[in-house]
Structures are given as structure tokens and as C-alpha cells.
Ligand binder design. Structure first.
Ligand SMILES: O=P(O)(O)OC[C@@]1(O)O[C@H](CO)[C@@H](O)[C@@H]1O
Length: 390
């Protein structure tokens, strides 16, 4: 297939497709939750409902005249404004939907709601769940195991932590698929060969969700720094709330406080990471492109240079995967290395499968998955992958 163009772009136009269900089933539930999450006034409630109705039945409207990023979105949206939401590229439309939620609740303009994350109540609730507590307690036992066993377990924790995505769980709870988990591609050996213990690696971790997933990522980062699998870690977070539970700096701080308030091994992780930030061994970046409705192949030069400096870039989660390989219906056997060749430096994807995009499988694996699960394995979050290109 010719580079980058031939596979169909995923849109929401097909009735019954996963992407259409995100707009027609998941988003109404999300807006319902947002109405209840914070004591919004009538204007905010109205704006949320108007957005929902526009996104299902209407055409894409531009951002408000006064929006600080109106010019940027006018460029990104020039091919899409005025067309039905459900016909626009899924990646573009979903990303813009989240930007419009922020407009509806008044997140950016000066005023009483400036900077109030509409998703924060959902994210905070997750940090207090018994499941989160159990996962942190399990770190005590893990700490008694040999370092390489800990490393492998923490990598798996970070990978499967991606299933704890709040947007995804709105529609997955009813599917009953949760027990059927498996790893459909496992390049973890290659990943560890790029991050040997006692080495000098610079790791760039492009984070995904806050809460449980970020806690698992932080436990992994702590181990990598402690055992010198990495000399320095750059953690890329979102500059503002996005895709329900995507991690911002505020979410990182919440997670660090949560770790510090915990008992045992978890508290130690919090303390070491706090120190590592103070010493510059763990740094945080919030590049505006992290919330762009575009694939990483369109990234600006400064971000490209950031990835080029890293010994390894690890991209967490489903959305990052869509942006990394392109949100298209690729033949599943398309090589991962081909789809990521544009990215300077080695890259790893750690992802549970929650959308239709998939590359890098061998024919036998794809056939077996299809025979056992139909198309559900692509979107149900029951399967995961670790794919690495050196
Ligand atoms: O990036 P994440 O958190 O792993 O997943 C984001 C996600 O829930 O959002 C999209 C649908 O809303 C899907 O691509 C994906 O399942």
C-alpha cells in the first residue's frame, strides 16, 4: 500500500461502527455526567446540550470569535467546518468535541470557571476507589521480588493500566468482556534491550490517562530511574483537559499527593519522584500539539526534536496509538516499523485496544482473533500490545 494515503480514514459515517457509537452513545453519557459533575449555571448546561445535539445531528461550527486559539482551529478546521460531524475524520471530530466542551463550560476565558477541569470530579473519584487502593498495596509485595521481575511486572501494570480510561468505561461496563485479556504483540524484549539497567537512557513517556493509569506509569518511571534503566525521564502530559481522563499537570500533582498519603512502597515512590522532579531527572512537558486533532506525522519541529533527543519514546494508550500510526483502517499486517518510520528515534506503543486501528500483526494472529471474537477484539479493551520500533 502506498505510504500514508491508501487506507481509508476512519469517520463516524457508518451506522453500527465503533466510531459512530462514540458520538451517538458515549458522548450523550459523558454530557449527562458533566451536567451532574459540577454546579454549572444555566448557560453552561445549555451550551453542553447544544454541543451534543450539534455533534449528532448538525454540522461543525467554528470556535467562538473570542477564543484564544480560534486562529489555530480555523486552520485545523478549514476542511471540516460546515460539514456534518459524523462525516468528519473520527480523530479530528473527537478532538474538536473535547475542545468544544471546554468552550461550553468556560474553561479558557477569564471568569469564575477559568481553569476548572470539567472532568476533575470523575478523575478524583477514581483515585479513591478500592481498586486503586489494592493496586497500590500490591506494590509492597512486588518490592520484595528481584529487580528484573519488578521491572516486568511494572511494565505490565502500566500497559494494562490503560484499560482504566474513564471515557472507555462508560460503554464497556455492559459488555461483559473484562475477563478475556491477552497480549497480541509483545516486543517487551526489544524495549528492555533499549533500556538496560545501569545504562544512560533518556526516556520520553507520552502519558495517557490520569488516576490509576498514571499511578501505574509513575511506579514504572520510579523503577526505571532507581535502577538506571533511564538517567532522565521526560513525561509528556496534556496542557488542558482532554478525552475525559487524559492526564494534565494538575492530575500528576494529585497522583503524587495520593502516593505520598499512601502507606508502604507507594509512599516511597511518591517521595522519590518528588525528589527526581526537584533534581531535574523527571521533567514534565505539556506541548500544545498533545491536544491537536492530527497524527504525530504532522508534528511541529520542536516536538520532533524532543522525540529525537530520547533514547526511546513510549506512547501510552489508544489515542496516542491512533495518532502514532494514523487513524485509518490499515491492513492489520502493515508493519509497525513502516507506520512509525517518520518518528525520529526508537518508539514503543503500550496500548489496550479500544478503537479500530491496528497494525503490526502477523496474519496468523489476526485470523485467530477474528475467528474467536469477530471485530470486538479491536475495541473492547480486552487485548493489549507492546510494539517497538528501534
Ligand atoms: O487513549 P485512551 O485513553 O487509551 O483511549 C481513548 C478512547 O477511549 O477514546 C476513543 C474513543 O473515545 C478511543 O479511541 C479510545 O478507546
Amino acid at each position: 500500500m502506498p505510504e500514508g494515503t491508501a487506507a481509508p480514514v476512519i469517520t463516524c459515517s457508518e451506522p453500527g461502527s465503533f466510531s459512530r457509537g462514540v458520538f451517538t452513545e458515549r458522548h450523550p453519557q459523558l454530557i449527562e455526567q458533566l451536567h451532574k459533575a459540577l454546579p454549572y449555571g444555566p448557560e453552561q448546561h445549555r451550551a453542553l446540550d447544544t454541543l451534543l445535539s450539534e455533534s449528532i445531528h448538525g454540522v461543525i461550527q467554528p470556535l467562538a470569535e473570542a477564543a484564544h486559539d480560534r486562529d489555530q482551529w480555523d486552520i485545523w478546521g478549514q476542511d471540516h467546518y460546515g460539514t456534518p460531524w459524523l462525516e468528519a475524520p473520527f480523530l479530528w471530530a473527537e478532538s474538536y468535541f473535547y475542545r468544544r466542551i471546554l468552550q461550553a463550560v468556560g474553561y479558557f476565558p477569564q471568569g469564575p470557571w477559568q481553569g476548572i477541569d470539567p472532568f476533575r470530579p470523575l478523575k478524583s473519584a477514581e483515585l479513591g476507589t478500592p481498586e486503586t487502593g489494592e493496586e497500590l498495596s500490591a506494590l509492597d509485595l512486588l518490592a520484595t521480588r528481584p529487580a528484573d521481575e519488578q521491572a516486568r511486572a511494572l511494565l505490565q501494570g502500566s500497559l494494562w493500566g490503560n484499560r482504566a480510561d474513564l471515557g472507555f468505561r462508560m460503554t464497556s461496563a455492559a459488555t461483559g468482556d473484562a475477563g478475556d485479556s491477552s497480549l497480541i504483540a509483545d516486543d517487551s524484549g526489544l524495549l528492555w534491550s533499549l533500556l538496560p539497567a545501569g545504562g544512560d537512557a533518556d526516556l520520553c513517556l507520552v502519558a495517557d490517562n490520569a488516576g490509576r493509569e498514571l499511578l501505574a506509569d509513575l511506579a514504572l518511571v520510579d523503577h526505571l530511574l532507581r535502577h538506571r534503566h533511564a538517567r532522565r525521564v521526560v513525561l509528556q502530559l496534556k496542557p488542558y483537559p482532554y478525552y475525559v481522563s487524559d492526564a494534565t499537570t494538575a492530575d500528576l500533582i494529585d497522583c503524587l499527593h495520593h502516593l505520598l498519603r499512601s502507606q508502604g512502597a507507594a509512599a516511597g515512590i511518591g517521595e522519590r519522584l518528588w525528589t527526581a522532579m526537584g533534581e531535574g531527572r523527571l521533567t514534565v512537558r505539556t506541548h500544545p500539539f498533545s491536544c491537536a486533532p492530527l497524527p504525530y506525522s504532522d508534528m511541529p519541529d520542536d516536538l520532533r526534536q524532543e522525540f529525537a533527543r530520547a533514547t526511546l519514546t513510549v506512547m501510552k494508550g489508544d489515542l496516542n496509538y491512533r495518532r502514532l500510526v494514523g487513524d485509518r483502517m490499515w491492513p492489520p499486517t502493515t508493519p509497525f516499523a513502516d507506520r512509525t518510520a517518520y518518528l525520529p528515534g526508537p518508539v514503543a506503543a503500550l496500548r489496550t485496544l479500544k478503537s479500530d486501528v491496528i497494525v503490526g500483526l502477523d496474519q496468523h494472529t489476526e485470523t485467530a482473533l477474528h475467528t474467536a471474537h469477530g471485530q470486538r477484539w479491536r475495541t473492547s479493551g480486552t487485548h493489549a500490545l507492546i510494539q517497538v520500533r528501534r
